[in-house]
Ligand binder design. Structure first.
Ligand SMILES: Nc1ncnc2c1ncn2[C@@H]1O[C@H](COP(=O)(O)OP(=O)(O)OP(=O)(O)O)[C@@H](O)[C@H]1O
Length: 298
């Protein structure tokens, strides 16, 4: 461990044992919840995502239990946990795709548990998403794939010739930003995995998101490409002030590329704290139940 102290205490009920990393200067009062502690630089801003005491159940099975999470402008937060711990479910909760049984979820001004008529569309337009398998349309050009990001807020647009010059200019600027403008006319399927993920990131930016969720975005990439994609996401968080929540399986990647780490175990938040105050030993309890998951530890 670093010089930080790790304490084990109950968050709000004795059933919720939470490892909380605290520095003297950042020590929080006992009423605050662990997922809420932002890094010092961003703690003055209002959170763009605010989750309180969230529970999600599929039929009779509870898969998230009393989760708290805030995401502040400009920060990259890594979401860790063994397979089945609830990472994807937490992400899906933020865009109205999970059966929330208790708690509150606010995302970019939307009350996800109580959306007004038609608000689901604006919510999903405000949240850019990046997936493990990129989810591009393989036969369409890189440029068109990026342009589809503009469809989120705009409603039905004819894919052929339906985009404005301004949209096209912006798509090209975004491709330039992610380093693949030279591939604009190539079919998406002709790109490498790392390049396809850059296209997916440009597509997410095309919808001018207020928050970005990246669910295992580098799980299909080799380590070098994984580093570069995570560097790109962190740069977007920092430069554009868009909070990025990224779920990861590989601890060193989380330690190298995040400002904070949130760790789930069996649907409960077990670890939360600034990345600078965490190390592999502090995160190991997240994977206690895994028999052999080399990825998680190397
Ligand atoms: N649609 C669903 N219906 C029933 N159970 C579900 C559904 N989606 C997820 N679950 C269950 O919820 C739990 C959490 O799943 P989730 O996909 O959120 O975990 P995860 O941490 O993202 O796992 P992984 O790292 O393997 O992707 C699992 O036990 C899973 O089987």
């Amino acid at each position: 461990m670093t010089s930080a102290s790790v304490s084990s205490r109950s968050a709000r009920s004795t059933s919720k044992e939470v490892l909380v990393v605290e520095r003297g200067a950042e020590r929080r009062d006992e009423t605050s919840a662990p997922g809420r502690t932002p890094t010092a630089e961003v703690r003055q801003a209002l959170p763009l995502v605010s989750v309180r005491d969230l529970s999600v159940a599929y039929d009779a099975t509870t898969v998230l239990d009393g989760v708290d999470l805030d995401l502040f402008p400009g920060e990259m937060v890594a979401l860790l946990g063994a397979s089945g711990s609830g990472k994807s479910t937490l992400m899906r909760s933020l865009t109205g795709f999970a059966p929330i049984s208790a708690g509150s979820v606010r995302v970019a001004g939307h009350d996800v548990t109580n959306l007004a008529r038609g608000e689901l569309r604006t919510l999903r337009s405000d949240v850019g998403q990046v997936f493990q398998q990129f989810n591009l349309i393989p036969r369409l050009s890189v440029m068109t794939n990026v342009l589809t990001g503009a469809l989120h807020g705009a409603g039905a647009i004819n894919l052929v010739g339906g985009f404005s010059t301004a949209h096209r200019r912006r798509a090209l600027e975004l491709l330039d930003r992610v380093g693949i403008a030279h591939k604009a006319t190539a079919p998406a399927r002709s790109l490498s995995g790392g390049q396809q993920q850059r296209v997916a990131i440009a597509r997410a930016l095309m919808q001018q998101p207020k928050v970005i969720l990246a669910d295992e975005p580098v799980a299909s990439l080799d380590p070098k490409l994984a580093d570069s994609v995570l560097e790109l996401l962190r740069e977007i968080a920092t430069e554009d002030g868009i909070p990025v929540l990224v779920s990861l399986h590989v601890l060193p990647l989380a330690l190298a590329h995040s400002d904070r780490i949130i760790g789930l175990r069996h649907g409960r938040m077990l670890v939360a704290g600034p990345t600078s105050q965490l190390d592999a030993a502090a995160l190991a309890p997240l994977y206690d139940d895994e028999e052999h998951d080399d990825d998680a530890h190397h």
